[in-house]
Write a protein that binds this ligand. Structure first.
Ligand code: CMX
Length: 431
């Protein structure tokens, strides 16, 4: 049995007891009241989910199992010669709540490489997708096809006992995560490089993704490790995590549950915003006649966007009320590796100009930069300019968080999710 599975298996009974005790002691405590406005308003601030892997503070940002982004950067094992945490380390942390040793992190690298092969008939199906199909649709379809190998679906059909659901959920999650670099890079190479697919070099997960996209440099491997670490998890209420959890709660298998998360991520108010940001920057550059651009012209363009009833992508958040530390962390990477990049300078300039404009509009709760304001410019710097591919990278990373959570959902026996809804008629007559 692999090191991680052994550790998870040891932790499950402890955690089950802990949850039982918490529910016995605090089960009737009130987390929050829900107003009619919240029911109409996308459930902002409704405290009604339990997610073990991470917690988001509106001012401080995300903590993965209690560790902030800088703490993770300091404590999590890294690749030889690298400064960024290995995504493998982060996954271990998300699954166990413990910082892995270097050997434990590397055991995951080995295991994911061993599980990474995609059956040839599935590769052929992916190769048959038209290049005009959005890469996110290709990803959803590819994972849907991979589902034929679901061990959870097979175990359920064979009548497995519910106490063992987590085991095949874990195995499916590991297999899916292991295969994602092959799948995601195949979609990229098919769509933009005439199907010239690059075989995995068998390095760590982030380095494999970089290499299979076509980038062999140390810097891009570091960027991919950072990118995969940063986008992995953002507690349970965001649309991709919530969708995966909701669909998973029906005992849909991990492949199908994750496709729900991927389709949620494909919306422009969520993960597709990284594509939208790059497009928006490119339109700005075109319309103002190139870089550098004056603050006055940029301010005018921001107002034009707002006045035409569109959002400024990369800014605002449903929970965060200050700059997203995932933005800040990407900014630090840019300052270290590409401080003179003109688009990076534009991102910095926007970071000065957009927040005061957005916060001058009373209805907007936060004008701060979110994770998507930065990522596209980092990718573009290294030549990955195909913006409609960016959200596939976000989704590849998001698998780490939502599948770790799904495994714990099953280990803790969380039930079918089914909140109550009302009609406007009912509210008028009864409130
Ligand atoms: N530009 C223009 N208007 C914005 C805005 C922005 N960046 N952010 C919020 N608003 C508007 C909302 O559209 C909403 O308007 P209406 O009442 O007319 O519908 C109003 O301000 C209130 O919104 P809010 O309570 O401040 O924010 P929400 O929780 O409703 O929305 C988010 C959060 C992220 C969808 C929103 O800030 C947004 O659309 N931002 C731009 C898109 C984006 O960057 N999304 C990525 C988020 C990170 C991620 O999930 O990847």
């Amino acid at each position: 049995m692999s090191l991680l599975r052994k550790r998870v298996e040891e932790l499950i009974p402890e955690k089950q007891e802990e949850v039982k005790a918490v529910r016995a002691e605090k089960g009737d405590k009130v987390l929050c009241e829900v107003t009619v406005d919240q029911a109409y308003g996308g459930m902002r601030g409704v405290k009604s989910l339990v997610t073990e892997t991470s917690l988001l503070d509106p001012h401080e940002g995300i903590r993965f199992r209690g560790l902030s982004i800088p703490e993770c950067q300091e404590q999590l094992p890294k690749a030889a010669g690298g400064d960024e945490p290995l995504p493998e380390s982060l996954f271990w942390l998300l699954m166990t709540g413990e910082v892995p040793t270097q050997a434990e992190a590397e055991s995951l690298t080995e295991e994911w490489n061993a599980r990474s092969e995609v059956p040839e008939h599935i590769n052929k199906i992916i190769d048959s997708f038209p290049k005009t199909l959005h890469p996110m649709s290709q990803l959803v379809a590819a994972i849907g096809v991979l589902q034929e190998g679901s061990l959870f679906a097979k175990a359920y059909a064979d009548g497995v006992h519910k106490s063992k659901y987590w085991e095949t959920t874990y195995e499916d999650s590991m297999n899916l995560i292991a295969k994602l670099p092959n799948i995601s890079s195949r979609i990229y190479r098919n769509t933009y490089h005439n199907g010239d697919v690059i075989a995995s070099p068998g390095e760590d997960w982030g380095a494999n993704i970089a290499a299979q996209l076509g980038y062999d440099s140390h810097e891009v491997k570091e960027l991919m490790r950072l990118y995969m670490f940063l986008h992995s998890d953002h507690e349970g209420g965001n649309a991709s995590a919530h969708a995966t959890h909701l669909v998973g709660s029906t005992l849909s298998d991990p492949y199908l549950s994750f496709t729900a998360g991927v389709t949620a991520l494909a919306g422009p108010l969520h993960g597709l915003a990284n594509q939208e940001v790059l497009r928006w920057l490119n339109v700005v550059i075109d319309e103002v006649g190139g870089l550098p651009v004056s603050d006055e012209k940029l301010t005018e363009y921001i107002w034009d966007t707002l006045n035409s009833g569109r959002v400024v992508p990369g800014y605002g958040h449903a929970v965060l009320r200050t700059d997203d530390p995932r933005y800040t962390c990407q900014q630090q990477f840019a300052l270290k590796h590409m401080p003179e990049d003109p688009k990076f300078k534009l991102v910095k300039q926007l970071h000065e100009l957009v927040p005061p404009i957005l916060t001058s509009i009373p209805k907007i709760k936060s004008g701060a930069a979110n994770v998507d304001a930065h990522s596209g410019v980092l990718l573009t710097h290294y030549g990955l300019t195909e913006d409609n591919y960016y959200t596939v990278l976000f989704a590849t990373s998001r698998a780490l968080g939502v599948l770790a959570s799904l495994t714990w959902d099953r280990a803790l026996g969380l039930p079918l999710e089914r909140p109550k809804s009302y009609t406007t008629e009912w509210i008028k007559n009864n409130m």
